[in-house]
Ligand binder design. Structure first.
Ligand code: FCB
Length: 427
């Protein structure tokens, strides 16, 4: 592995990371390149002025060279489904060839690709005719996966869905993302269909490659009561923790989702996902405080408090590195390798970015020493990009993007990540 050239300083104490630990960077296609055929394109006005976002679709070679420069050995990226199938029965061979070229370039750099099949966006035609709560969605999505997996070569690590719960919360409960519904019954139908698709995609991939490593990326958060003494806030914390962090892990162990809210009967949904995981992808960013407020939707108010004193991020999230250990410890009950598929901070301040990375990598190191089987850490993200519904100024990138010129500008955070990698790696 290349990097900051600090090998001489590696001491016995720093060698918690195994030699094949994946030091990566994570991105998603739509956030870098947009797509004229995606449902999200019409959803957010800012995309009308910046339809190509960072123009990564044209500048991919330049961007992949940044990975080489960083010294990462793994890269997570997604395939934009709406580019592959811009119309219902279309199949764009050039788009497939484009993503294949990305895989080939990564391999030529010695970088392991991790491919996400679905990262929030759908083709417009899909959302219009077969939204996730409709059973037709299963045939359409698995048809896409079947053909894509048959055509792409050189991929061992796959993520079927990025953050399925976020799709449900945004698209079906809050209504702030496509398809923009607020309908609990449809949310449950969508949940069942999405997880059915995961189960089928898992089998499709394994039928082609028995050694493939398949997961989802689930964002785990730490929840806390806004006021510890308030029993309502404490009930909310328990409910959110169960729903968000526990129910999904239970479902992979049992094949049953249990949806349980206070003072109501639990709903059980059978889903064909039992054991259909080879590792577990954890996206971790923050802690959320919950307050009971009868005037808010569903009686819940979310807050970020700066209790650790690291300051809130550009988009108001708390920086809470200890929480990473909590969620990894919980996820480890799956008895599977864990990979941190996203972790990052929105800030213009490269020093804060470096500090965030260091604190979280320190936690990963502690987890490794305590026997938690963590196999990788992917920083979110390579270059500044479009942040869902927040626009272009969140600034998660290791490289800054000037959105007028589209120039990529190195930041000290990029150098720091290289240094972290080389100083913590086994020789
Ligand atoms: C995650 C998403 C990713 C990015 C980060 C900041 O929840 O998976 O696309 O937006 O948040």
């Amino acid at each position: 592995m290349t990097g900051g050239g600090t090998q001489g300083r590696v001491t016995a104490k720093t060698k918690a990371f195994p030699s094949d630990f994946q030091w990566g960077v994570a991105t998603s296609a739509f956030q870098l390149e947009g797509s004229p055929h995606a449902d999200w394109t019409n959803w957010d006005a800012i995309l009308r002025e910046n339809p190509a976002i960072t123009d990564h679709y044209s500048l991919y070679k330049e961007d992949l060279a940044l990975l080489k420069h960083l010294g990462v050995n793994a890269y997570r990226f997604s395939i934009e489904w709406s580019r592959i199938q811009p119309h219902e029965n279309a199949w764009d061979h050039e788009a497939v060839a484009h993503y294949q070229e990305i895989i080939d370039i990564l391999r030529s750099y010695g970088i392991e690709p991790m491919v996400t099949l679905h990262h929030f966006t759908n083709p417009l035609w899909f959302t219009a005719k077969y939204p996730w709560h409709e059973d037709g969605s299963i045939v359409k999505f698995t048809g896409y996966v079947e053909r894509l997996v048959a055509e792409l070569t050189g991929v061992k690590y796959w993520l079927t869905f990025n953050e399925p719960y976020v799709i449900l919360l945004g698209g079906y409960l809050e209504g702030c993302t496509p398809p923009g519904l607020r309908d609990a019954a449809k949310a449950l139908a969508a949940l069942k269909n999405i997880f059915t698709c995961h189960g089928r995609a898992y089998d499709i991939i394994h039928d082609r490659d028995a050694d493939a490593q398949v997961s989802i990326a689930h964002n785990m958060s730490v929840f806390a009561p806004w006021k510890k003494w308030n029993p309502f806030d404490r009930i909310l914390k328990k409910t959110a923790n169960f729903f968000y962090n526990h129910s999904i892990i239970n479902a992979f162990q049992t094949g049953v989702f249990v949806v349980k809210f206070p003072f109501t009967r639990a709903v059980e949904i059978a889903v064909p996902i039992k054991g259909k995981l080879d590792f577990f992808g954890v996206n971790y960013y923050t802690r959320i405080h919950l307050r009971f407020n009868p005037f808010k939707k569903m009686g819940v108010e979310l807050r970020h408090l700066d209790l650790d004193g690291h300051g809130l991020t550009n988009i108001g999230w708390e920086v809470h590195p200890r929480g990473l250990e909590k969620v990894l410890r919980y996820a480890s009950r799956l008895n599977l390798p864990l990979i941190i598929t996203e972790n990052g901070i929105a800030t213009h301040d490269a020093q804060r970015k470096a500090d965030y990375m260091k604190r979280h990598v320190d936690v990963v190191e502690r987890c490794l020493r305590n026997g938690i089987d963590v196999r990788g850490y992917y920083y979110w993200t390579l270059i500044d990009n479009y942040e869902w519904l927040q626009g272009l100024d969140a600034r998660f990138g290791l490289y800054r993007v000037d959105f007028n010129t589209l120039k990529r500008i190195p930041t000290p955070a990029a150098n720091y990540y290289s240094y972290l990698i080389s100083s913590r790696s086994q020789l």
